[in-house]
Design a protein around this ligand. Structure first.
Ligand code: TXA
Ligand code: MG
Length: 357
């Protein structure tokens, strides 16, 4: 299907993230109901919303993002009962997980009902569903009277937006409205769990860990082997995970190891690149920031505060592009709880280039 991107005036509306203005939310809801696209904050990243049950809205989303149309969208709901509209049947695990984690940063994959057009699911028989934990997102769903299909509101291939400004950079002139509810809380996309497999399977790591999921389910939760492989030998099951994502323009190398060794190695590499006349950036934690001699040192947060690291990651990757550096060296952030989710994004940004010291 061919769809054109129309240049339009994009309205940017500031809304209070706890108590969004009623009139602004009504206006945004009407736009969605009329088949237009509205970007909105969620607790994970900003989403680009359209009516999930209208194929034309899905086509508009793909066109605005420049996203391949075989990459399915997540359907956002505001009430558990809405799951019945989009799922052919509700697996018992979905009830347990919803009870524990919805609204929240968890997406569940279930068999889809006929109500969901295949344009929304990229031709798949399954559908991804999430109830976001953000007053603006929930209010937008309610005011629109629709279920809202929403991928992250970035141009395909760029880091997901964690601030309204990032959405404006990527999508201004291509969508009707951006609801600006300030910076998001979590900063990386939801955990995706597939409930159509024999064993529940995590297709994308996120804030909700496999351990948390298996504790609630009382059964083993497996991780899609395709997201761990650094090569192309195994395809990830979530189509979006196979695309080169989040990659900054500059080459990026992750240096992993004991703190002092990492600092020494990165400084040595920086000196080499600078001798070649290159501008170099380092992504570091607060603990080590002052120890680097690069052109730019970007501080991602305290190493002991993994929530802050997740929250700042995409903004920092975007900053690397703006600074126009030739090479980026990053520390590794294998933090205890969400390190797997953080490293999944960082490894993609670095094209899986890791230097062990
Ligand atoms: O936190 C989030 O999930 C954000 C916010 C806006 O809710 N949304 C988001 O959507 O990250 P998106 O489209 O950027 O990523 C959705 C991922 C893609 O990798 C896609 O391939 C996968 O979910 N996905 C969607 N439906 C699927 C399905 N039926 N089967 C397998 N993977 C699916
Ligand atoms: Mg995305």
């Amino acid at each position: 299907m061919e769809s054109k991107v129309i240049d339009m005036e994009t309205l940017i509306k500031k809304v209070d993230s706890e108590h969004p203005d009623e009139r602004a939310m009504e206006e945004a809801g009407q736009l969605i109901a009329a088949g237009e696209l509205v970007a909105f904050p969620t607790e994970t990243v900003y989403g680009l919303g359209g009516d999930a049950l209208r194929p034309e809205a899905a086509a508009k989303i793909y066109a605005a993002k420049g996203r391949p149309s075989d990459n399915p969208l997540i359907v956002h709901i505001a009430d558990f009962s809405d799951l019945e509209r989009v799922a052919r049947e509700i697996p018992p695990q979905a009830r347990k997980l919803a009870e524990a984690f919805w609204p929240g940063p968890l997406t569940m994959i279930v068999w889809k009902s006929d109500a969901v057009p295949s344009a929304t699911t990229g031709g798949m028989d399954t559908v991804a569903v999430r109830m976001p934990n953000h007053p603006v997102a929930l209010e937008l769903i309610r005011k629109s009277g629709c279920l809202i299909a929403a991928p992250s509101a970035n141009t395909s291939g760029r880091p997901s937006p964690t601030e309204a400004q990032h959405v404006a950079e990527d999508l201004s002139g291509r969508i009707a409205m951006i609801l600006d509810g300030g910076p998001v809380g979590i900063g990386i996309e939801s955990t995706i769990i597939d409930l159509t497999e024999e064993k529940p399977m995590v297709l994308r790591p996120g804030y909700i860990t496999p351990k948390m999921l298996s504790e609630v389910l009382g059964e083993e939760v497996v991780i899609d082997p395709g997201i761990i492989a650094a090569d192309d030998t195994r395809k990830p099951k979530a189509p979006g995970m196979k695309y080169k994502h989040y990659a900054p323009k500059a080459d990026m190398v992750i240096v992993d190891g004991q703190e002092n060794a990492v600092v020494d190695k990165i400084n040595e590499l920086v000196r080499q690149k600078q001798a070649e006349g290159m501008k170099v950036a380092v992504i570091a934690t607060e603990e080590t920031t002052k120890r680097y001699d690069a052109d730019v040192v970007l501080c991602i947060g305290r190493r002991s505060d993994e929530d802050a690291i997740a929250q700042h990651l995409y903004r920092i990757l975007r900053e690397c592009d703006e600074l126009d550096v030739g090479e980026i060296y990053s520390e590794s952030f294998q933090t205890p709880r969400i390190g797997q989710a953080i490293m999944n994004r960082l490894l993609k940004a670095a094209g899986h280039t890791v230097l062990q010291v």
